[in-house]
Structures are given as structure tokens and as C-alpha cells.
Design a protein around this ligand. Structure first.
Ligand code: AMP
Length: 221
């Protein structure tokens, strides 16, 4: 009998390291990395209707409306490369998204297996956000102090050009944190009550965070 799909959620405030850790965990878990922010940026780059709609919210540091976000992510999860499940990064970010995901998975007899919550103090997050750089081509993330590319401005993985996200300014980062505290943080309790939450201290070197995440994954899956 085929094994049922595995769904792991990576949660945490903006710049807590979700993207960086997801890149590293993808192979360990053997699951596709589904990042809602990457999906929006892909649509924006290709100037799709969805991308242009999302841009208005992204530029302000606000959340894209639930109906648009939920439809986009559920569509992504229905693709062939998610047949074994997915490592979700940046989704869900509201209670409505969490509930919609739960209902959609339950429809096919599935559920969330594990929620990894990366914790980082607020003042640390602002400096992480403003120093972050992304690859224009593959989306890999770097930091001007903590995770420098071998050659400045060039992606180690694909040679693409590194850039700073429009919403990675201090003002927008503060807004994103407010939004996180108001709308996303309540999900910690939501998943904790369901017994699927593991808290991970994200305020330490990248390798140590990866190791802690792997321990939590091994214990839970
Ligand atoms: P991220 O790359 O995860 O920091 O996301 C960048 C931006 O995309 C956010 O500030 C939101 O505007 C939007 N976004 C990403 N994921 C979601 C989501 N699950 N719900 C609503 N908006 C989102």
C-alpha cells in the first residue's frame, strides 16, 4: 500500500530562517518545498494577474487576502510533485488559512503531521530582514553578515544575481511583525492544542537550528 503523504509546516516570524531551513530540510524529508511568499514573488516576476493583485499587499507588509492565498496554495499542493506531501513555509498565516488547509487535507484522508515553530527575539529579526538578499533566479536566500555568498552579489547555487526584496526595509519589516503578532501568532496555540507543535530556538547558528529541526522531525515522524 502506498504511504500516505506527509505535511510539515514551518512557522515563525518574518526572517526567522524558515526559507533557509526549508532549503536544508527538503532533502532530509524528501518533500516539495511550498513557500507562499515564493509563489507570490514568482507570479509578480511573471506579471500575472495574481502577482499584480498580491503586490499591493506585499509592498505594505500586509497579508494577501485569504481567498486568493488559499486557492493558490491548494492548487500548488494538488500538483504531481506534492503527491508525497509538502514542506509548507509561510502558509498558513491566519486561522482561516489553517482551517481551509485542514479541511482540504481531510477531504483526501490526510492531516498535518508536524508544525515546526522557529522562535527568534524581535530585535534580532529586524537586523536579519534588512540584511537579507535573495537570488533572482532560484530564490535561495543569503544574509550580508550571517550567510554570505562566496562571491558578492552572486548566488552560490545557480550564479543568479542577488537582490534585496522591496518589502525587506525596516519600516515594512516592522509592519510585517505587527501582522505576524496579530494574525499568525495565534496559530501557535491552535497547533499546540492539536499536539502537533514543536518549538525550536532559532536564535543560534544556522547549522544548530537545522540539527534541532532534524531531531524534532525524527522524534515526530
Ligand atoms: P514571505 O516571503 O513569506 O515573507 O512573504 C512575503 C509576503 O507575501 C508577505 O508579507 C505577504 O504579503 C505575502 N504572503 C506570503 N504568504 C502569505 C500567506 N500565507 N497569507 C497572506 N499573505 C502571504
Amino acid at each position: 500500500m502506498a504511504q500516505s503523504p506527509t505535511y510539515v509546516i514551518l512557522m515563525g516570524p518574518p526572517a526567522s530562517g524558515k526559507g533557509t531551513q526549508a532549503e536544508r530540510l527538503q532533502d532530509v524529508l524528501g518533500l516539495s518545498h511550498v513557500a507562499s511568499g515564493d509563489l507570490f514573488r514568482y507570479n509578480l516576476k511573471n506579471e500575472t494577474e495574481l502577482g499584480l493583485k498580491a503586490k499591493v499587499y506585499m509592498d505594505k507588509g500586509d497579508l494577501v487576502p485569504d481567498d486568493v492565498t488559499i486557492a493558490m496554495v491548494l492548487d500548488r499542493l494538488s500538483r504531481e510533485d506534492c503527491a508525497k506531501g509538502a514542506l509548507l513555509d509561510g502558509f498558513p498565516r491566519t486561522l482561516a488559512q489553517a482551517e481551509a488547509l485542514e479541511v482540504a487535507l481531510a477531504d483526501s484522508g490526510n492531516s498535518i503531521n508536524l508544525v515546526l515553530n522557529i522562535q527568534v527575539p524581535t530585535k534580532e529579526l529586524i537586523s536579519r530582514v534588512t540584511g537579507r538578499r535573495l537570488c533572482r533566479d532560484c530564490g535561495a536566500s543569503y544574509h550580508i553578515k550571517f550567510k554570505r555568498p562566496k562571491e558578492e552579489g552572486v548566488c552560490d547555487k545557480c550564479g543568479g544575481e542577488l537582490y534585496q526584496r522591496d518589502d525587506d526595509t525596516e519600516a515594512t519589516a516592522r509592519r510585517r511583525l505587527e501582522v505576524y503578532n496579530a494574525q499568525t501568532k495565534p496559530l501557535i496555540n491552535y497547533y499546540s492544542r492539536k499536539g502537533s507543535l514543536a518549538n525550536i530556538d532559532g536564535n543560534r547558528p544556522i547549522d544548530e537550528v537545522t540539527d534541532a529541526l532534524k531531531v524534532a522531525i525524527t522524534a515526530a515522524l
